[in-house]
Every structure is written in C-alpha cells, then in structure tokens.
Design a protein around this ligand. Structure first.
Ligand SMILES: [Zn+2]
Length: 222
C-alpha cells in the first residue's frame, strides 16, 4: 500500500518557515512560498497546513489543494507528473503473481521468450490473468517432472554407491531452476515405507540403470 507524503514533512523538506507556535501541530502555519505576502511581516504566516487531512491553503492568495498539488507547486512540476511518479512507485510495490516472478531463464526452460507482463496487463486484463495462471501451471508441471527425474537419479545413486554425486547433480538442478526439493526427496528416499508412486519410480529407475531393485534382492535372500 502506497501512502501519500506527510504534508508537514514535505513543507520541512522544502525549508518552509514555520510559525514556531504551530510547528508539529496537526494544523500548522508557514510562510506562503506562493505569494510571499507574509515574507516581510513579523509573526505572520499565511499558509495553513492540515497534517491529518493532507491539505493546504493560503489565506491571502487562496492557493490551496491536497498534498500532491502542494508537492507539484513546490517542485515546479505539473500535478499530473507528480501523480504519475506515484503511480510508478506503487507499480513497483505491486505484489507480483508467481508467474510474473519467473526469470527469463525459467521461462526459456518452458520454451517462452521474455514475457511483457505489464504490456499484457494493459492490453487485456482478463486475458492477462488467464495467461498468468497458464504459465504458472506449466512451470509447476515442469518442476514436477524435474523432481521425478531427480528422485530416480537419487535412488540409482543410493543403490549403486554414488549418492554423493547424485546429490550434487540435484543441487545443480536446483540452482538452475531456482527451486528446492532436494531435502524433501532425500527424506522420501530414506523412508521405511513409501507411497506407491515412489516405489514405482524406483523400479523404473533401476530398470533403466540396469540394476536389480534391492527389494527383489531382499526377497531372494529370504
Ligand atoms: Zn499565499
């Protein structure tokens, strides 16, 4: 949430001369930088600033408005420019959808070039939202396939005595994908009883590696 500047702080930042009696009060007075009718008058401060409402008004020249107008006048910009710069700031604070946080490399793994999310959002909001979901779902599926592959590698590593190397490969994969699943997979790898899908994966993996599944070996021994 982007908050507007505090009008008193803004006045201080621009070195406006405060009436000391009102300094830091909710309703403060300063010399008016717009008409300067009070500049040579002792104890006269024509510009009134309301901190709570974020508004200003000069009792002599009648210049008045909200904090953004105040800022525009003080900085010699148009009010539109000030509003635009605020919109940009709040745009960067915009909480991005996980699909929008995918890096260029992650997108390239899915076969997409860089995606112009802001352009998409401006073009058609509903389409942009649907596209966002689609891309993120694709990414999740992609990571899932990589996890399956990683699990097979770990299992083959475990039973062929090269677990350390297998773990290193998984770590490399994690770095490439900017995802982490090694600990989760290792935990499953050393579980006494596993979900059937993992047992199936192990069977496929050892078959591909040309190794006998240890469960079969155990059965033969008994
Ligand atoms: Zn004035």
């Amino acid at each position: 949430m982007n908050t507007l500047p505090n009008i008193l702080e803004l006045a201080q930042a621009h070195s406006l001369e405060f009436d000391p009696k009102t300094f830091n009060k909710k309703e403060a007075r300063t010399k008016c930088p717009f008409c300067m009718e009070d500049s040579n008058r002792n104890n006269k401060y024509y510009l009134s600033l309301n901190e709570h409402k974020g508004v200003f008004k000069c009792w002599v020249c009648k210049e008045s408005g909200g904090v953004l107008r105040f800022m525009a006048l003080l900085e010699g910009k148009s009010e539109q420019e000030v509003i635009e710069s605020f919109r940009k700031k709040s745009g960067s604070a915009y909480k991005r959808h996980p699909a929008e946080r995918l890096t260029r490399h992650q997108l390239s793994l899915l076969g997409y070039p860089k995606i112009d999310w802001i352009g998409n959002r401006k073009y058609d909001y509903e389409l942009y939202k649907a596209y966002r979901e689609k891309i993120y779902l694709e990414w999740k599926h992609y990571v899932q396939r990589q996890k399956v592959f990683a699990y097979k590698q770990l299992f083959v590593g475990l039973i062929s005595g090269s677990l350390k190397e297998a773990i290193e490969k998984i770590e490399e994969l994690e770095r490439e994908l900017h995802e982490s699943f090694k600990d989760e997979l290792l935990e499953i790898l050393f579980q006494d009883s596993k979900e059937e899908q993992y047992v199936e994966l192990e069977e496929v993996a050892v078959e591909m590696a040309g190794i006998t599944h240890p469960y079969n070996t155990l059965l033969i021994k008994h």
